[in-house]
Write a protein that binds this ligand. Sequence first.
Ligand code: C5P
Length: 250
Amino acid sequence: MSDIETTIKRSKVPAKPKRSPAKPTDAALAPVITIDGPSGSGKGTIASAVAEHLAYNYLDSGALYRVMALASLNREIAADDVDSLVELVMIAPVTFKRSACGGSDVLLEGEIVTSELRREEVGLRASQIATIAPFRTALLDRQLRWRRPPGLVADGRDMGTVVFPDAPLKIYLTASAEIRAQRRHKQLIEKGIEANIVGLLADINERDDRDYNREIAPLVAAADAITIDSSTQTIEEVVTKVLDFAGNRL
Ligand code: C5P
């Protein structure tokens, strides 16, 4: 055996550099409180109050679905045009900004559209396109990016089941359809908008039906969620409950 061969055989194979176990990023460590439930159950009000108390970030995922719905209506994209809807998620210039009054504003193409998003037509369109699997998948990444320190409160339909399944605290907020229609009616009348309670109840039932029965990410309480029925409770009572649970779990 030549010297060279011996040298090669005897030379130690350099030890593989030891890989330190993948460190979870700050974002992955940030705690998440998910609040899911049907339209009008008070999720948005409760979630933003909880986020404010804890100084957490707040994701209103319904607003994300609604702004895509509005963009699709503006661009005259059909509710079943899957490719154009998925492309819309990639190209629609959407931003969320803190508003002057402390809430948050949604901007589409640089214009504030926050109140336009509440139109019934936009809500119905959102619930139609929300049944499309590739569209939901395209929106997933945008939602995950909201998870940042010190923590996140996320409200929607599938926050605890699909988007943040590892959230340490999951709330499922319900209220009867009649109570939800009455609340919506009161909100609209207070804003000086004419409203018909029978029509509102029909819209709520139609949207519930679609949200509960769709094949992808249907509205359902996560197995480890705490259910709160807000029908007979005030906002303050529900917020206090959620903060108590947060105090015990986070
Ligand atoms: O919560 P909000 O009523 O604003 O949501 C509008 C619609 O968007 C819902 O009716 C639902 O169909 C859809 N949505 C969803 N998943 C979410 C949030 C909203 O499917 N996480």
